[in-house]
Design a protein around this ligand. Structure first.
Ligand code: ARG
Length: 470
């Protein structure tokens, strides 16, 4: 979901750096150079950064209090204008920084020219973008938390709902639907932790690095860092204007989280098929077919799955932009923003769609239960019984159980349906007790090891996760 950008006006002169330039740029040059079409999304951060810088310049006596006050008031006016959609963005002014500065000059006259003292667009854009990515990180973390809440809710309802567990998409051992959903609660929990980790590293201020080397003015970088709620100023001016690893970390964390979303989306696609029939999506989250009246398509899940490619693509794209760039700033780095904006928008949309699907999906317990017994899914339980009760080494027990499965297969019955005589034909010491452990219910109930599928374990995992999530 891309926010509609405000229209951008084009003209040829740029008075902000025009001192050395006689003519305007070629039309195509202006077009390839301009970032205002997308970086206008940084306006609030740009104004916050400029105000922090201006207040510091005043306090340090670098600019006069009257000029400073005019600048601050002008910036507030501009913030209100842009927020109200009453600002004319100009392509000739390239980017958000110069659009705002030019408007400031219109509003307050020559004093506007003092704002850029001891600053460059290089540290300006670095600070704006960090602030934006920091907010996006927080928003994404919250969205993932909401999704976890929804998963926990459904897991609580289905802590004992038996479903087949798969490996290689082949029936493996019975588990519970609650346990399966809790696996995703864990994944999204790590995704959130990755975002929080990245936030700590990104939360340092590049402001004051100026163009690349710092400045000869007596600036106070601690003050601007604090005003913008950064933990501290970045320690190296070259690094401060050069690196975009905070954006890469954000995109990397997005790509991993999107991969988790994609796996869940794929399972929703499978589960909602006629062949699985484990769940049904409600009308809110499915579409029909224009030709096949019986169809109910899981489009939202498919799109969540597909958008993962887009997010991973953004991560790769920015990696490729950054690799091989010499220090410090190069215009290449202007390409960082669209990737991050698109990934953030895509993630927010995908998570919202996933949260909605999880909240509304209808669980078909009977179909899950029926499928759970297929494919001799309790064979491991028999092997374990042979080990436990007859003290048979596991490898041998595995072999005996294999023979038993072969016998059941030949007779066209489940393991549970094999008679004691059949079982004893394979291993004479097998008793009636072994048959009781062959049901899917008994199998699941026995998985009581920490992190296991037994309903009691699932319930305590849910309780612990709820407590942790708050
Ligand atoms: N629009 C530019 C960007 O996004 C701002 C920084 C421009 N700096 C420069 N030295 N041309 O990176």
């Amino acid at each position: 979901m891309r926010k509609k950008s405000s229209p951008v006006q084009t003209s040829s002169a740029n008075s902000l750096w025009g001192g050395r330039f006689a003519g305007g740029p070629a039309e195509i040059m202006a077009r390839i150079n301009a970032s205002i079409g997308f970086d206008q999304r940084l306006y609030a951060q740009d104004i916050a950064g400029s105000k922090a810088h201006c207040e510091m310049l005043i306090k340090q006596g670098i600019i006069g209090a009257r000029d400073g006050a005019q600048i601050l008031a002008g910036l507030d006016t501009i913030l209100a204008e842009i927020s109200a959609g009453k600002f004319n963005f100009s392509e000739a002014l390239e980017d958000i920084h110069m659009n705002i500065e030019a408007r400031l000059a219109e509003l307050i006259g020559p004093a506007a020219g003092r704002l850029h003292t001891a600053r460059s667009r290089n540290d300006q854009v670095a600070v704006d973008f960090r602030l934006w990515v920091r907010d996006a990180t927080d928003a994404l973390e919250t969205a993932l938390k909401d999704l976890q809440h929804e998963l926990l809710q459904r897991a609580g309802q289905h802590a004992a709902t038996i479903m087949p567990g798969f490996t290689h998409l082949q029936s493996a051992q019975p588990v519970t639907f609650g346990h399966h959903l809790m696996a995703y609660v864990e994944m999204f929990g790590r995704d959130r932790a990755r975002l929080r980790d990245a936030r700590v590293r990104m939360n340092e201020s590049p402001l004051g690095a100026a163009a690349l080397a710092g400045t000869s003015f007596p600036i106070d970088r601690e003050m601007t860092a604090k005003a913008l709620r950064f933990a501290r100023p970045m320690r190296n001016s070259l690094d401060a204007v050069s690196d975009r690893d905070f954006a890469l970390e954000f995109l990397g964390a997005c790509a991993i989280a999107a991969t988790h979303l994609s796996r869940l989306a794929e399972e929703i696609v499978l589960w909602s098929s006629a062949q699985f029939g484990f769940i049904a999506l409600t009308d809110e989250f499915s579409t029909g077919s224009s030709i096949m009246p019986q169809k109910r398509n899981p489009d939202a899940a498919e799109l969540v799955r597909a958008k993962t490619g887009r997010v991973a693509g953004s991560f790769t794209a920015l990696l490729m932009v950054m690799k091989g760039l010499p220090l410090t700033y190069s215009k290449d780095m202007q390409e960082d923003k669209e990737q991050v904006f698109d990934a953030a928008d895509t993630m927010n949309l995908s998570i919202a769609a996933m949260t909605g699907m999880i909240r509304t999906m209808i669980i078909k317990e009977d179909a899950m239960l029926a499928a759970a017994g297929k494919g001799y899914s309790t064979a491991t339980d028999l092997a374990d019984w042979l080990v436990r009760e007859l003290n048979i080494p596991f490898r041998q027990a595995h072999h005996i159980t294999g023979e038993t499965v072969k016998r059941a297969e030949a007779k066209g019955v489940s393991l549970e349906q094999l008679s004691l005589t059949d079982l004893q034909a394979v291993e004479p010491r097998i008793t009636e007790a072994a048959r009781h452990i062959l049901s899917v219910q008994a199998s699941v109930a026995s998985r009581t090891s920490f992190g296991g599928a037994a309903p009691e374990r699932v319930r305590s995992a849910i309780a612990a996760a709820k407590k942790e999530l708050g």
